[in-house]
Ligand binder design. Structure first.
Ligand code: PMP
Length: 360
C-alpha cells in the first residue's frame, strides 16, 4: 500500500487513523458478535448501544445540559437548510446573517417558507470577514436567528456570538463542530454534517433544545419533523447506522484528545503555525480578515494563478492533497480539521517555506 498522504481535503475529510483501524478490525464481527454492524437491525440491542453511547458522549463532550437532545439525521447539512424553516418559520420572519456561500444557501431555502431578514452581510467584501456584532440588525420578533459559525469556503469564523435574548439562536457548525469549546446554552439548535470533523458523510448531527419541539407543526412530512426524530431517538426510520457508528468512534477519540478543550489547544497551535508562515513575508496572502480567521479552513493566495498552480502541483508531489481552494473562489485552502495532525502542519509549513525560497 502506498504511504498515506497528508489529507487537507475540505470534506469528506481526514478521519483519525485509529478510528478507521478499529472499524476495519470489527467490520466483519461487531463487538465479537459474529455479524457486521452493516448487516444488523437498527433496532437490535447492539445498535441501540451505539446510538445511546454516541448521544452520551456528545453530552459529555459538549456539556449539554438537561433539556437538550442530540439526534442523528440523513440528508446532510443541506437538508437542515430546509428542515429548520419548515419546522420553525411557518410564514413568519427569521433573521439570517449572510457570511458566505453556505449562509446564502440556508437563506435561499428559508425564503420558501417565510420572510428572511438579512440581519448582516459580508458579501460586500467577498465574505472575507464576519460582521461586527453591534452592526447586526436583529429583530425581537424574529422566530429565530441563523448563523454559520465557520464558513468553509472563505475561511472565516465567528469568535463571539450574538446575544439574541429570547429569540432562539440556530447555528450551522458543519465545518467546525467539536473543534473548540462552546457554550451550548447560547444555542437553541446546532447542526453539522459529520463529514469534516465528526465522521463520514451520510449523517448530520442536530443538537436541539427540547422546548422548541412544541413549535413543530403536525402537518409536515413525518420524517422531517424534529419532534418525530427526538421522540423516536433518531430511530423513526432506518438511520445511517454505519456513519453513526463511525461518528461514535470519533467522539471517543475526541475524548482521548482531552475533549473540546484539549483539541481546541491543538487546533489553535496548528492554525497559529500556518498563519505565521502565511503572514511572514507577503509571498503568501491570507484572504480572511485576521480577527475572523478560521482555525479549520485556512485560505490563502499566492501572487499569480500560475504560481498557485505550481504550488498545488508541487505540494501534491510532496505528499499534501486537498490544498486547492473552492472552485468558486480559487486560491488555496488548507482544511486542518481535528484529525489533521500537528506534525502534518509542521511538515506543511516546512514545505511552504521551501517553496517560497525556491520561487521568490
Ligand atoms: N454548511 C457548511 C458550513 C458546509 O461547509 C457544508 C458542506 N461543505 C454544508 C453546509 C453542506 O453540507 P452537506 O453537503 O452535508 O449538505
Amino acid at each position: 500500500m502506498p504511504e498515506r498522504p497528508y489529507n487537507l481535503n475540505p470534506g469528506p475529510a481526514i478521519l483519525p487513523l485509529e478510528v478507521m483501524e478499529q472499524a476495519q478490525k470489527e467490520l466483519l464481527s461487531f463487538r465479537g458478535k459474529g455479524l457486521s454492524i452493516l448487516e444488523i437491525s437498527h433496532r437490535s440491542k447492539d445498535y441501540e448501544a451505539v446510538n445511546l453511547e454516541a448521544q452520551q458522549d456528545l453530552k459529555d463532550l459538549f456539556g449539554l445540559p438537561a433539556g437538550y437532545k442530540a439526534i442523528f439525521l440523513g440528508g446532510g447539512a443541506s437538508l437542515q437548510f430546509g428542515m429548520i424553516p419548515m419546522n420553525f418559520l411557518a410564514g413568519g420572519a427569521a433573521d439570517y446573517v449572510n457570511t458566505g456561500e453556505w449562509a446564502k444557501k440556508a437563506i435561499k431555502e428559508a425564503k420558501r417558507f417565510g420572510t428572511v431578514n438579512v440581519a448582516g452581510s459580508a458579501e460586500d467584501k467577498n465574505f472575507s470577514y464576519i460582521p461586527a456584532l453591534p452592526s447586526l440588525k436583529l429583530s425581537p420578533s424574529a422566530k429565530y436567528v441563523h448563523i454559520t459559525t465557520n464558513e468553509t469556503i472563505s475561511g472565516t469564523r465567528w469568535n463571539a456570538f450574538p446575544d439574541t435574548g429570547a429569540v432562539p439562536l440556530f447555528a450551522d457548525m458543519s465545518s467546525e463542530i467539536g473543534s473548540r469549546v462552546i457554550d451550548p446554552k447560547r444555542f437553541a439548535l446546532i447542526y453539522a454534517g459529520a463529514q469534516k470533523n465528526l465522521g463520514p458523510a451520510g449523517v448530520t448531527l442536530v443538537i436541539i433544545r427540547e422546548d422548541l419541539l412544541s413549535k413543530c407543526p403536525d402537518n409536515i412530512v413525518t420524517v422531517l419533523n424534529y419532534k418525530t426524530q427526538v421522540e423516536k431517538d433518531s430511530l423513526y426510520n432506518t438511520p445511517p447506522v454505519f456513519a453513526i457508528y463511525i461518528l461514535g468512534l470519533v467522539l471517543k477519540w475526541l475524548k482521548k484528545q482531552g475533549g473540546l478543550k484539549g483539541i481546541e489547544a491543538i487546533n489553535n497551535e496548528k492554525a497559529r503555525l500556518l498563519y505565521e508562515v502565511i503572514d511572514a513575508t507577503g509571498f503568501y496572502r491570507g484572504t480572511a480578515a485576521r480577527a475572523d480567521r478560521s482555525t479549520m479552513n485556512v485560505t490563502f493566495r499566492l501572487k499569480t494563478e500560475e504560481l498557485e498552480a505550481k504550488f498545488l502541483e508541487e505540494s501534491k508531489k510532496a505528499g499534501f492533497v486537498g490544498l486547492k481552494g473552492h472552485r468558486s473562489v480559487g486560491g488555496c485552502r488548507a482544511s486542518i480539521y481535528n484529525a489533521f495532525p500537528l506534525t502534518g502542519v509542521k511538515d506543511l509549513v516546512a514545505f511552504m517555506k521551501k517553496f517560497e525560497s525556491a520561487n521568490s
